[in-house]
Design a protein around this ligand. Structure first.
Ligand code: OGA
Ligand code: MN
Length: 270
């Protein structure tokens, strides 16, 4: 194999050591993909991929979702670059991307281009490991539960102004109901929770809110979390189907800019 890797903790994260040229060798994409599914997050420190190399690496791992320009989507709070930039504040809370789709995206590649002087680090929590470590009683309790996920709830939780135009847009994205425990085709199970989780179907509202909060607090305990402190040129890849993620808040005018490429999902929540 043309890369080496080292676990960054027992339950989440591996650092991969390779040059861009080694990563783009035939056969490396599928090997990285297996490591990603096993470890949740892969870290390539100061690898300094060009946009084209990033897209080529992503394409070697799966089918690309069309986003941004030539599959490079710029994450920035600069309103001139993205008219809904403010919505990115939703990424400051623990979340899974695409809970308003039936098939969520599989994975994202994120390169640090311009960092914020303060804040803007990124954290990941392994939702497979968090499920696995629950007590048998809790597994029993949540086994059959279904949760309604709402874009509006995530925007409200993020404190984004409910202007008429915003609310009209939020309401245009239909709610989705998913099993609280996702049994993947592999047989592994993970928790589907985050700032978009509105309520447990059919449960008393106070009990539902308490349960969702308890599970989120559990799943984001330090042993399940990898926190990435960025250096320009770092690349991260995360398995969106098995980790929660969030960015630490950063100033709106920080200039922070990350380049993202996303792999299409292959499995529906189930
Ligand atoms: C995302 C995301 C976090 C970050 O791209 O989906 O949540 O640190 N990004 O920018
Ligand atoms: Mn995200």
């Amino acid at each position: 194999m043309s890369f080496e890797s080292m676990a960054l903790g027992p339950l989440i994260g591996s650092e991969v050591f390779a040059t861009p040229e080694q990563l783009l060798q035939p056969g490396v994409g599928p090997a990285l993909r297996s490591l990603l599914v096993e470890r949740g997050v892969l870290v390539f420190r100061e690898i300094n991929l060009s946009d084209e190399q990033q897209v080529a690496l992503a394409a070697s791992m799966g089918a690309l979702r069309e986003e941004g320009e030539k599959n490079i989507f710029k994450i920035t709070l600069d309103q001139n670059a993205n008219e809904r930039a403010e919505y990115l504040k939703g990424s400051w809370l623990w979340h899974i991307d695409g809970t308003h789709d039936s098939v969520p995206v599989f994975a994202s590649l994120l390169s640090g281009r311009v960092l914020s002087a303060t804040g803007g680090q990124t954290e990941f929590a392994n939702s497979y490991a968090a499920y696995e470590a629950l007590s048998p009683q809790m597994k029993e309790r949540i086994g059959g539960l279904r949760v309604v996920h709402s874009f509006k709830t995530s925007m409200r939780n993020a404190g984004i102004a409910p202007t008429e135009a915003n609310v009209a847009y939020w309401n245009s994205i239909p709610d989705r109901t998913h099993n609280l425990v996702w049994t993947h085709a592999s047989g592994r199970k993970s928790l589907v929770i985050g700032c978009h989780a509105d309520h447990v179907e059919g449960m008393d509202p106070a009990e539902s809110a308490a349960l969702l909060q308890e599970l989120l607090t559990w799943a984001t305990r330090p042993e399940f979390v990898y926190r990435h402190e960025w250096t320009p040129g770092d690349l991260l890849i995360w398995d969106n189907t098995g980790v929660l993620h969030r960015a630490e808040p950063y100033p709106l005018d920080s200039g922070r800019e990350m380049h993202r490429t996303t792999l299409l999902g292959e499995e529906a929540f189930s």
